[in-house]
Design a protein around this ligand. Sequence first.
Ligand SMILES: [Zn+2]
Length: 220
Amino acid sequence: MKTFSHCQSCQGLLEIVYVGQESHPACPQTESEKLAHQFVEAIQRDDIPEMKRLEALLDAPRPEPKLGSSALWYAKHAKWPVFPLLPGQKVPATKHGFRDATRDPELIRRWWTEEPLRNIGIPTGPETFDCIDVDGKPGYDSLVQLEKDNHIPDVHGRVSTPRGIHLLIKGTTEGNRVNVRPGIDLRSALGYIVAAPSIVNGKRYSWTIQPSPEIYGKAP
Ligand SMILES: [Zn+2]
């Protein structure tokens, strides 16, 4: 399985070859890459005070993204339409659900001003991306098998979810398919996903690999 993201320096397509990679080898490193690099050097020369100092910096909590501003970011930069879900839930907050999705910043602002704790829904399919939704231990087991059989297409973004992971792949018109394998659903045309940084059952969705240019920023 190949995994792609975007380079945080030049914004171009970036194949991820090691955990935590954020930029091309030839592009300037990001701050967190620099810290990780210094940390490895400190380990190599057994410099314990320096290791502790860098570890604290690497583990420092980052400010939690707000739902409303994330929804606006998706619409503006990723060009993905969004719609609101009920706070703490996967259920649409508007009457027509994913059919109400929009990239109109005014409407998005209004939705999240009315209720700032609304979760974010993004319709899946050709306009955005498809999503391999891996749920729990059965899902992880199925994923290992699918990888072995070479059935996983290139991945263009990865999100940790309350019970598993979302692997984002290029959008298709295939349509939703539930339980393609135990613990694995495919979200596609006429489906939607709950997007980061939504919270369900007290647990947050969060990006572990940022989306690649193959799936974001494409719509005119
Ligand atoms: Zn680059």
